[in-house]
Design a protein around this ligand. Structure first.
Ligand code: SF4
Length: 301
C-alpha cells in the first residue's frame, strides 16, 4: 500500500501560536480557557492535565479565575467588554485571520449592508462575529436562504468553510435576492484553502483516504466530507487507537490528510501505524512464509 500525504495538512499557524502562548503561561490554575480552544480531544486533555480551567463554549457566566484566555476562535467586542468590566485580565490568542473576518463583517455593516455569515450558527467563531452586528443572518445551508427585504447585503464566511461551499451558498443568496446589491468579502483563511486544495490534488490519485482530526472539528469534517463526495472511501479518526486493519483491506493507494487543530504527533502515529500495516501487506504479497494473512501478521506485530 502506497501512502500519499497531502502537501498541506495538519495544525495551522493560528492554533500553533495559541498553544505556544498557553505553554508560556506561568500559573495554569489561574487561567480559564474561554470556550473550546480547539476541537481536538487530545489537546484539551493536555490542557486539563496542565491544570487550566475550561469554560464550556455556551457558558455565559463570568469565569472565576483572574485571567481569561480568549481562544484562536476569537470573541465579540461585546463579550470582551463584559469580561473586562468584571475585572478580568485577558490573554488574547485570537487568530489574526479570525480578526480579519470580524473586520470584514464590520466593514460591510458600515456600508449599510445587512450582514450574512456563511457558517455554523452555534460555532464559537460565528457567534463572536454576529454578536457585534445589528440583525445578522447566519446561513449554514440552502435551507436558511430567503429573499430578504434589504437592498444591500454583505456576505462573509466562517474562516474554515471550504471555498467551493462558500461559492455555492453565495450563488444561492444572489439567486434568491436579485433585487439586492450583494457584496462578498472572502474571509476563508489561507490554511483552510491550502488544505482543501492539497486534498483536491490528492483525490484523483488515491482509492482511500484517512483524515486525522477531532470529531467536532469543522475543517476536519469538511475534509472528510470532500473525500466522500468524490466517491473515495474515507475514514475520519481522532486517534491511532481507532484504526483497524480490516478497513485497509484491498487499498492500493491511500491518501492522508489532517485538520488544522491536529497535533503533528497524532498524524505521525497514524502514518506510522498505517505504514507498518502496508509493509506487512507488501511482504505477504511476495509470499513471505508465515504472513499468509497480512491482517493477522499486523495484529501479532
Ligand atoms: S483555521 Fe484559519 S482562522 Fe482558524 S486558527 Fe487556523 S489559520 Fe486561524
Amino acid at each position: 500500500m502506497l501512502i500519499l500525504r497531502a502537501d498541506a495538512m495538519g495544525m495551522c499557524f493560528g492554533v500553533r501560536d495559541a498553544l505556544a502562548v498557553i505553554g508560556r503561561l506561568p500559573r495554569p490554575e489561574a487561567v480559564t480557557i474561554h470556550g473550546e480552544l480547539v476541537h481536538n480531544g487530545e489537546v484539551l486533555a493536555m490542557l486539563d492535565r496542565a491544570g487550566f480551567v475550561r469554560s464550556p463554549e455556551a457558558a455565559r457566566a463570568v469565569p472565576s479565575t483572574p485571567v481569561v484566555l480568549v481562544t484562536a476562535h476569537g470573541i465579540s467586542e461585546r463579550e470582551r467588554a463584559r469580561l473586562l468590566a468584571a475585572g478580568k485580565q485577558l490573554v488574547d490568542t485570537t487568530c489574526p485571520l479570525v480578526g480579519k473576518a470580524h473586520a470584514a463583517a464590520q466593514q460591510l455593516a458600515a456600508e449599510g449592508r445587512r450582514v450574512i455569515v456563511l457558517g455554523k450558527r452555534d460555532h464559537v467563531e460565528v457567534r463572536g462575529i454576529v454578536e457585534d452586528l445589528e440583525a445578522p443572518l447566519v446561513v449554514g445551508s440552502e435551507a436558511d436562504i430567503e429573499c430578504w427585504p434589504q437592498a444591500r447585503l454583505g456576505v462573509v464566511a466562517q474562516t474554515t468553510m471550504p471555498e467551493e461551499r462558500a461559492a455555492q451558498l453565495l450563488a444561492a443568496i444572489r439567486a434568491a435576492n436579485p433585487q439586492a446589491c450583494v457584496r462578498w468579502l472572502d474571509t476563508v483563511c489561507s490554511p483552510t484553502k491550502a488544505r482543501q486544495q492539497a486534498l483536491g490534488d490528492l483525490l484523483p490519485r488515491i482509492d482511500a483516504l484517512v483524515v486525522v482530526g477531532g470529531r467536532d472539528s469543522n475543517n476536519t469534517r469538511q475534509l472528510a466530507e470532500r473525500g466522500r463526495a468524490a466517491g473515495v472511501r474515507t475514514l475520519q479518526v481522532e486517534h491511532v487507537r481507532e484504526l483497524v486493519p480490516e478497513w485497509f483491506e484491498g487499498v492500493q493507494v491511500l491518501g492522508l490528510t489532517a485538520g488544522t487543530s491536529t497535533l503533528q504527533r497524532t498524524i505521525d502515529e497514524v502514518h506510522g501505524w498505517i505504514g507498518r500495516l502496508g509493509g506487512a501487506i507488501a511482504v505477504a504479497a511476495r509470499g513471505n512464509p508465515g504472513t499468509s494473512n497480512p491482517v493477522e501478521s499486523v495484529r501479532r506485530g
